[in-house]
Design a binder for this molecule. Structure first.
Ligand SMILES: [Fe+2]
Length: 445
């Protein structure tokens, strides 16, 4: 990637972030709904802080920060950079204003584009590599803007609509058909045999990957079978009707504690009205559709569903081995659904590998592997064999979180299409429900 392409990539990603904010009113930028979710304004400033802290300050001689206090306010968790403003109080920052933060973005953009020009940075230079990291970091925050905003709007009994989908599909204005609930035709779930064996996982050379995807290494994967598609709301309702949330036998101990402590009786954003389940989405509230993938479940719920179904969740190694030959296509943020969509003919057939010589039987007919929902795996988030924490403050990016979290794979309807890879490892605590996370099952061969 030469300097012109790098500048274009920079502009494209930064503009995409601001594009997500177009439907927002000033109040929407500021409020924080819980500690784990940050205000949109904070995301906008923090992603700019990242470029300022890791590129402009060390690499742009004479660079003058817009405001010295921003370093403290918008540092997320980098102890090597300095102390941070309390995460749980980000919603109290009415100042700097939204206008101030947009001015901050403009200031950083101007200096970043000038720096790229004067250094003629390509993607292979030190600055270019940092810019690429900063852009992937910003894409992670693009997804968080949507999930955090959804959580905020979801607290409001008015159920504000973020955006109508262009097609109207799944939106609040969609006609409510009485037989919506059971009429959906979704391909039957089938079990796809996977050969397993001695395999390699992790990122190989070429293209960007986060440090936690490296090094590529050998693993032995016993033969297994993978569910052909995601679990639907209809199937999850069967689990609920069978007493899924009432029977401790299906639950991990900590999961059962979470059910009782939080009063869980359905996934997040589900509401029961007159014995019918409704769903809050970024497109508004509507009845649940039996054929759409279930979403906003914790690891505990995904695991309990799998136990109820007498199967299990895949390991991250199984998931990656199965996904590697598949086309990276699916329902991503660019599809403008902001919600998983039912599997039908519109879904790309991911069983067609791109530029891969392996026989199609390697992965069979796996659908919805990329996009729609992050898929919980049974694997704890730990470092790969041979992993070395990167030196300096950026070593804090991923490494220090490798404890007590589970890996999720595949990206979601809020993930930018060019952000995801078969080796990509997302991670959240097992009780987290506000991400677009769903369920794919696996079992022994
Ligand atoms: Fe960040």
């Amino acid at each position: 990637m030469d300097v012109t392409e790098l500048q274009a990539a920079y502009r494209r990603v930064r503009c995409a972030t601001e594009g997500l904010c177009e439907p927002l009113q000033a109040e929407d930028y500021v409020v924080q709904s819980m500690t784990e979710a940050s205000p949109v304004k904070w995301h906008l400033a923090h992603t700019s802080w990242f470029f300022e802290t890791f590129i402009l300050r060390p690499h742009s001689p004479g660079y003058r920060v817009l405001d010295e206090q921003y370093e403290f306010l918008f540092n997320s968790y980098y102890n090597a950079v300095g102390p941070q403003f309390s995460r749980s109080h980000r919603g109290l920052l009415t100042r700097p204003t939204v206008a101030n933060v947009f001015a901050y973005r403009e200031h950083v953009d101007e200096h970043m584009l000038t720096l790229l020009e004067t250094t003629q940075a390509t993607a292979e230079t030190d600055i270019g590599r940092l810019v690429t990291l900063g852009l992937h970091h910003e894409q992670q925050h693009q997804e968080l803007i949507l999930t955090d905003l959804k959580h905020l709007l979801g607290q409001n009994p008015l159920h504000p609509v973020y955006r109508e989908t262009p097609s109207g599909a799944g939106s609040a204005t969609r006609p409510e058909s009485g037989d919506d609930f059971r009429s959906g035709a979704v391909p039957a779930l089938t079990w796809q045999e996977q050969a397993g064996g001695l395999s390699e996982v992790g990122h190989a050379a070429g293209g960007f990957a986060f440090d936690n995807e490296k090094p590529r290494h050998q693993v032995f994967v016993a033969p297994f079978t993978m569910a052909s598609r995601l679990i639907t709301c209809g199937e999850y309702l069967e689990f609920m009707s069978a007493g899924g949330y009432q029977e401790p036998e299906f639950w991990l101990s900590e999961g059962w504690d979470a059910v009782r402590r939080n009063g869980w009786r359905a996934p997040l954003y589900w509401e029961e009205h007159d014995s019918e389940w409704h769903l809050f989405t970024l497109n508004g509230s509507r009845r649940i559709r039996a054929e759409e993938p279930v979403c906003h479940v914790s690891y505990f719920e995904a695991d309990a569903f799998a136990r109820w179904a007498r199967v299990r969740l895949p390991t991250e190694q199984e998931w990656e081995v199965a996904a590697e030959p598949l086309a990276r296509d699916g329902n991503f943020v660019e599809n403008l659904n902001w919600h998983p969509v039912p599997l039908d003919a519109a879904h790309p057939d991911q069983s067609v590998a791109t530029g891969d010589e392996r026989p199609p039987s390697h992965s069979g007919q796996l659908r919805q592997m990329f996009g729609d929902v992050w898929e919980w795996t049974a694997s704890p988030y730990t470092s790969y064999p041979g992993y070395r924490t990167p030196p300096g403050a950026l070593g804090e990016y991923n490494a220090k979180f490798m404890c007590n979290q589970l890996v999720l794979r595949g990206g979601s309807c809020a993930t930018p299409r060019d952000h995801i890879r078969s080796t990509y490892r997302n991670f959240f605590h097992p009780q987290a429900r506000w991400q677009f996370a769903g369920i794919r099952l696996a079992k022994e061969s």
